[in-house]
Design a protein around this ligand. Structure first.
Ligand SMILES: Cc1cc2nc3c(=O)[nH]c(=O)nc-3n(C[C@H](O)[C@H](O)[C@H](O)COP(=O)(O)O)c2cc1C
Length: 358
C-alpha cells in the first residue's frame, strides 16, 4: 500500500507520516524504527551537544538506509556546528521552531537540505516561509510540549489557505482516520510526537510510559510555570507544586536545577546563561521566567530518562488520553496506513455512482 503526497516526495519516505523530535525521547533507535517502517523520523538534537548529534546521525545510519532529519534550536551556542554536521552528513531535512536564523537556513538550503519548521500560529507560518521554509508543520494547541493556543482544526485550514508550500498537520493525531481528516483539510501528511513516545522503541522507562497510558484528556493541561512558555503536560504532583509555588520558591528551584543541568551537560553555567539570555531576547520573556527555563531540562529528564514520573514533569499531547497501548513503530505506521486506505475507500463510496436499478 502506498500513500504518495507532496510530503513523501519532499522527504523521500514511503508514507506521509512524520515522527517529530522530542527531547530525550527521539533517539537514534526510535528514528531508525520509524524510518524502517516507512515514516520519517527526526532526531531530538535540541537537547544534544553537537558531538551527540553527530553520534546520533552515525547510529541512525547503522540502523537504517532510509532518509531522516535532525531537530535543533538555531539560537543555541552549538547551532552553527550542528548545521555543519547536517551538511557534512547530508541529512535529508532539519526541523526547528523558535528564532529561525536566516544565515543558517540559507546554508542548509544551499546544501539541498529540506527546511521544515514547526509553528503554532498563522503569523509564524508566514514568517517561516519568508525565511525560506520548504514546508511547515503546524502544531495545534492539542499538541505535546511547547504549544500554541489554536486548535488543529482551526489552525490547519487557516495556514493551508494562506501558504503555497506543503503543510503538515500536528497536534492530536494518532491514527488513519485523523490522517485522512488532515489530508481532507489540505495537509500533505501528519506529524506525531506523543504517539511515537508511546511506542515499543521509545526509550522512555516503562513506569513513565504507564503514566501516559493511564492519562485522560482532561488532565493533560497547559502550564507556563515550567519554563515561562505554554507547555502541555500530564498533571502530576510536581506540576501541581509548580502551579502553586510562590515566586521565591520558583526562583530557588530554577537556580538549583539550572546549576545541576550545567554539570550534567558540561555546558558551563556561563554558556547556559548566555543561551538563556538569547532566549529572553528572542521570546521577550522576563529574567525570572528565563531563569525558570533552566529548570525544565532536569525535571523532564527525571521522568523521561530516570523513570520517576511523580518527581519530574511529563510533556504530552492531549492525544495520550485516548491511547491505551504501546505498539511497535511498524504496528503504528502500518495500522495508520491500513485505516487511512479503508476510510478513503468508504468516503469514495459516498460519492460513487450508484448502479442503475433497471
Ligand atoms: C516529550 C516531548 C518532548 C518534545 N520535545 C520537543 C523538542 O525537543 N523539539 C521540538 O521541536 N518539539 C518537541 N516536542 C513537540 C513535538 O515534536 C510535536 O510537535 C508534538 O508532540 C506534536 O503533538 P502530539 O504530541 O499531539 O503528536 C516535544 C513533545 C513531547 C511530547
Amino acid at each position: 500500500m502506498t500513500l504518495p503526497t507532496a510530503l513523501t516526495e519532499l522527504l523521500g519516505c514511503r508514507y506521509p507520516i512524520i515522527q517529530t523530535a522530542m527531547g530525550w525521547v527521539a533517539d537514534a533507535n526510535l528514528v531508525a524504527a520509524t524510518c524502517n517502517a516507512g515514516g520519517f523520523g527526526f532526531l531530538a538534537g535540541a537537547v544534544m551537544t553537537p558531538e551527540e548529534v553527530e553520534a546520533g546521525i552515525t547510529a541512525i545510519r547503522e540502523r537504517t538506509a532510509q532518509p531522516f532529519g535532525v531537530n535543533f534550536h538555531m539560537y543555541t551556542p552549538g547551532a552553527d556546528r550542528i548545521v555543519d554536521i547536517c551538511v557534512a552528513h547530508k541529512v535529508r531535512a532539519v526541523s526547528y521552531s523558535r528564532s529561525p536564523a536566516p544565515d543558517k537556513i540559507e546554508k542548509l538550503k544551499a546544501a539541498g537540505i529540506v527546511c521544515i519548521p514547526t509553528v503554532g500560529a498563522l503569523k509564524h507560518a508566514i514568517k517561516a516561509v519568508e525565511l525560506g521554509a520548504d514546508a511547515v508543520v503546524i502544531q495545534g494547541g492539542e499538541g505535546g510540549g511547547h504549544t500554541g493556543a489554536v486548535a488543529s482544526t482551526i489552525l490547519l485550514p487557516q495556514v493551508v489557505d494562506a501558504l503555497d508550500v506543503p503543510v503538515v498537520a500536528a497536534g492530536g493525531f494518532k491514527d488513519g482516520r485523523s490522517l485522512v481528516a488532515a489530508l481532507a483539510y489540505g495537509a500533505c501528511g501528519i506529524a506525531m510526537g506523543t504517539r511515537f513516545l508511546m511506542s515499543q522503541e521509545s526509550p522512555v522507562p516503562e513506569l513513565t510510559k504507564a503514566r501516559y497510558v493511564a492519562a485522560v484528556p482532561e488532565t493533560i493541561i497547559v502550564s507556563s510555570k515550567l519554563d515561562g512558555i505554554p507547555q502541555r503536560m500530564i498533571n502530576n504532583p510536581q506540576l501541581h507544586e509548580l502551579e502553586n509555588a510562590s515566586a521565591l520558591r520558583m526562583l530557588w528551584l530554577a537556580l538549583c536545577n539550572g546549576l545541576a543541568f550545567s554539570k550534567v551537560t558540561g555546558e558551563g553555567l556561563f554558556s547556559l546563561l548566555s543561551s538563556g539570555w538569547k532566549m529572553k531576547k528572542a521570546t521577550g520573556m522576563t529574567l525570572p521566567q528565563t531563569l525558570m527555563a533552566a529548570n525544565a531540562p532536569m525535571m523532564i529528564q527525571a521522568a523521561m530518562v530516570q523513570g520517576h514520573p511523580d518527581e519530574g514533569v511529563l510533556p504530552s499531547g492531549q492525544i495520550a488520553g485516548v491511547i491505551d497501548a504501546i505498539p511497535s513503530c511498524e504496528e503504528i505506521i502500518s495500522g495508520i496506513v491500513a485505516q487511512a486506505h479503508e476510510r478513503i475507500a468508504s468516503l469514495g463510496a459516498l460519492t460513487a455512482q450508484r448502479p442503475s436499478q433497471d
